[in-house]
Every structure is written in C-alpha cells, then in structure tokens.
Write a protein that binds this ligand. Structure first.
Ligand SMILES: CC(C)(COP(=O)(O)OP(=O)(O)OC[C@H]1O[C@@H](n2cnc3c(N)ncnc32)[C@H](O)[C@@H]1OP(=O)(O)O)[C@@H](O)C(=O)NCCC(=O)NCCS
Length: 185
C-alpha cells in the first residue's frame, strides 16, 4: 500500500534551507501545477513547453500514484518551508518484459532554488529508490545537449554518455542535440 506523503529524506541545503524529499499526495496538485507552469514559462531544458491545465495535471498525478501503487514508478516532491520547489522521478520501462529492469529518470528544480545542492540530493535519493524500491539495475535519461549544468551533475554521479542524436530537439527555433546517458545500479 502506497504511503502518500511519506518522508524519504530531510537535509539542509548549502545556503541553509530546510529541505524535505517525500512521496506525493493529492494535496500537492496545486503546487505541482504551479511549478510545471513556471518551468514551461521559463522555457527551460525539459520536454514540457506549454502550460498545463488543472485537469491535465490531475491526470498526471493520478497516473503517477497508480504506477507507484504497482511498484512501476517512484515520484518524489521536494518541499522547502511548505512550498514545493522541485520533483524527480524514475519510471520502469513496462512496455516489454525484456526492459523491466530499466528505469527512466527525470528531475527539475525551480529556478530560484537551483545551485544550492538540492538537485544533487534529489538525484542521489531517486537513484537509491530506483535500486532498492523498484529493484532496477539500470537507469537512463535524455538531456538537452546544451544543458551543461545537468550533464555535469549526471557525470558527477556516475552517469555515462551513451550517445547523441544530432538535431533531435526543436528549442528556441533551432534544432539542437539530444544526449543519452545511463548508469548501472
Ligand atoms: C539540472 C538541475 C536539476 C540541477 O539541480 P541544482 O539544484 O541546480 O543542482 P545542484 O545545486 O545540486 O548542483 C549539482 C551539480 O550540478 C552542477 N551545477 C550546478 N549548478 C551549476 C552551474 N551554475 N554551472 C555548472 N554546473 C552546475 C555541478 O556539477 C554541481 O555540483 P557542484 O556543486 O559540486 O559543482 C536544475 O538545474 C534544473 O532543474 N534545471 C532546469 C531543468 C533541467 O534542466 N532538468 C534536467 C533535465 S535533463
């Protein structure tokens, strides 16, 4: 039975903020909607480029909680002083039996909370959950070729660059590279 809201990790950021990493709960819906729309407006290095409606975010959260119940996903929200400041997740590849040991990772931190050591703690936490909760043996991710901050974080935590698909993304009216990275757990 999924323990919504369960606290996974608490720590102090480099600048002294109290940070909680925990499982999501229904009451996070408005905070999650606010955050995804702030990231879409920022036009940062994530797939989502258009703002979501409340119904779309409700579907996303519902789907996420269902996958967590089935042990096919761990999604974590990150809170500082009662405000959601980021999220990270790992989703099992379920389309084929041959890939069920593999997970896809995503991570975002709100702009004003970046560079404070929060992303690194989030990534360490989701890697631990991928291994010990989902029993995955490999995780992978894609990253915008121009996203040096994320690539540096991933390399620091042991991700290997597997390859680049040139021009696979349309970003700010230009075709840019999409990089693939993986890590064995
Ligand atoms: C990528 C992201 C999650 C990193 O989170 P963060 O909280 O900013 O990262 P941290 O402060 O924990 O930094 C961890 C590492 O990232 C790298 N990094 C962080 N800020 C950096 C900067 N301004 N320049 C270069 N590298 C940087 C460093 O390797 C750093 O380790 P160090 O502090 O020991 O040098 C965050 O910047 C983000 O959400 N960006 C927008 C969305 C995004 O790109 N998501 C990833 C999609 S693949």
């Amino acid at each position: 039975m999924l323990q919504t809201g369960k606290i996974i990790k608490e720590f102090t950021s480099k600048s002294g903020k109290q940070i909680t990493i925990r499982y999501p709960r229904w009451e996070d819906l408005d905070g999650m909607l606010k955050n995804i729309n702030a990231l879409a407006r920022e036009n940062t290095f994530i797939a989502v480029s258009e703002e979501k409606t409340k119904e779309e975010e409700m579907d996303f959260l519902c789907d996420t909680l269902k996958k967590m119940e089935k042990n096919d996903e761990v999604f974590l929200v990150v809170e500082s002083e009662g405000k959601l400041v980021g999220s990270t997740g790992v989703t099992r590849e379920t389309a084929h039996a041959r890939s069920r040991h593999v997970g896809d990772i995503g991570i975002v931190v709100l702009k004003e909370f970046r560079g404070d050591g929060i992303g690194q703690e989030m990534l360490l936490t989701i890697l631990e959950q991928a291994k010990n909760v989902l029993n995955l043996t490999l995780v992978q991710l894609t990253v915008f070729g121009v996203n040096d901050v994320a690539k540096s974080l991933y390399s620091k935590l042991g991700f290997i660059h597997a390859g680049t698909i040139p021009g696979a993304l349309l970003y700010k009216e230009q075709f840019i590279d999409h990089d693939m990275m993986y890590k064995k757990l």
